[in-house]
Design a protein around this ligand. Sequence first.
Ligand code: GLN
Length: 189
Amino acid sequence: MRIAVLCLQGAFIEHIRMLGKLGAETFEIRQRRDLFSRSYDGLIIPGGESTVMGKLLGDLGMTDDVRNMIKSGTPVFGTCAGLILLAKEIENDSRICLGTMDITARRNAYGRQLGSFACTAEMKGVGTVPMTFIRAPYIERVYGGAEALATVDGHIVAARQDNQLATAFHPELTDDTRVHEYFLGMIGK
Ligand code: GLN
């Protein structure tokens, strides 16, 4: 199994390490031609700064390609900023990037200063997992084909829609590999 990781900005190294622990081969996407240079079974869009990553995707001419790839069924996992890039609507921002997932995100939803915290909570299909939030968004609502998989303090922090998985938290920053295992389990289904 080979997983492409979008390596334009943000916490991509941690995803690569996590996938390595699970025995998956990884492949770095740094420019448009990388998208087409070999085959892969899934794509990870890491956390970071969604405005910067979205701008880089646009400047590099990759936004439409990545969107089409997701729409044609490639499994994708977006964490934190990655969740924001996948959202069809953002409550407090007009910059929609990929817009493939039926979720409304709220950026920096926990406030800028006190927005980083850790907790454990139940994630449907995974179990109780540690969750690390860093200036995280949450999901205001899911609709259409999207399903909420986890909530913390009444806010949705993980969702799935067919081939798309999004978490507001960073499983790659913990030692717990189960959320990545869940993603790998979406491949080939
Ligand atoms: N606050 C960031 C954003 O709006 C997301 C933070 C993260 O990815 N850890 O893009």
